[in-house]
Design a protein around this ligand. Structure first.
Ligand SMILES: CCCCCCCC/C=C\CCCCCCCC(=O)SCCNC(=O)CCNC(=O)[C@H](O)C(C)(C)COP(=O)(O)OP(=O)(O)OC[C@H]1O[C@@H](n2cnc3c(N)ncnc32)[C@H](O)[C@@H]1OP(=O)(O)O
Length: 206
């Protein structure tokens, strides 16, 4: 039996197929947001999607893909709304941990529109919430967001490569603070955030 035939049909192979479906779904959502086809095409697409929807709903989980240890030993959360490869809502954001902070390259899409021609402020806040949370987790103080303060300095464009970064700042007991921003590649900051994250007592057995 070849190595390929052993891997096919494993859970990892099924998860890869699920992530590919999620990516196709993102592209579908982008197409729905931008399509300018006529009513006949819209009606036909609706019928085709109804059939796909019914097929997928024939077997449903109670919750999205879990937070888990991947076969390569890394933590992953394929169901996460910001980073999850299996979640069509996620960009998905790929976060690197480095130099005492976290960093991700982001290209927002027309799907994320808030004010005409710019990204919705809630979407920017969501990305920063997650990135700050990841920065405190990387510093060893994982927690839930208690407060998030966002300063919107410039409209955030979609279709443009941007950089999002965050760093741990300090800890007092179960409270940890972090700060971050979404910037243009030249470093100009568009949105800045500070956040307080609280480690629930249950996570530390306190
Ligand atoms: C075993 C599992 C291990 C898991 C490991 C995970 C690894 C992570 C890896 C990768 C990270 C990914 C990154 C994700 C990022 C995304 C994060 C989100 O979007 S989180 C969703 C939005 N946030 C909520 O839904 C919170 C809802 N609120 C709560 O659950 C509680 O209120 C909580 C945990 C925040 C606090 O509850 P209490 O019971 O633990 O804490 P009390 O005892 O009430 O307060 C402790 C101290 O904190 C202050 N405090 C509490 N809530 C506050 C708040 N909202 N703002 C300011 N201060 C607050 C209190 O005044 C108190 O301060 P004093 O000690 O008296 O000085």
């Amino acid at each position: 039996m070849s190595r390929m035939s052993v891997e096919l049909g494993t859970e990892e192979s099924r998860l890869a197929a699920l992530c590919a479906l999620a990516q196709q779904t993102r592209e579908l959502m982008d197409a729905v947001a931008l399509t300018d086809v006529g009513e006949d095409d819209l009606t036909a697409a609706h019928a085709a999607l109804t059939a796909v929807n019914e097929r997928l709903r024939s077997v449903l989980r109670q919750t999205p893909q879990p937070f888990e240890i991947a076969p390569d030993g890394t933590l992953r959360h394929l169901g996460n709304a910001v980073t999850g490869g299996a979640n069509p809502h996620a960009l998905p954001l790929l976060i690197e941990v480095r130099d005492g902070g976290v960093r991700a390259e982001v290209v927002f899409r027309p799907l994320h529109e808030g004010p005409p021609g710019a990204v919705h402020g809630g979407i920017s806040a969501m990305i920063l919430d997650h990135l700050l949370g990841q920065a405190v987790a990387a510093a060893g103080s994982a927690g839930m967001t208690g407060t998030l303060t966002v300063r919107y300095r410039r409209p955030v464009p979609y279709g443009t490569p941007l950089v999002a970064t965050a760093e741990y700042t300090r800890t007092e007991g179960r409270k940890t603070w972090a700060e971050g921003r979404i910037s243009l590649p030249d470093g100009e900051s568009l949105v800045e955030a500070t956040g307080l994250f609280i480690t629930p007592s249950a996570w530390i057995g306190a």
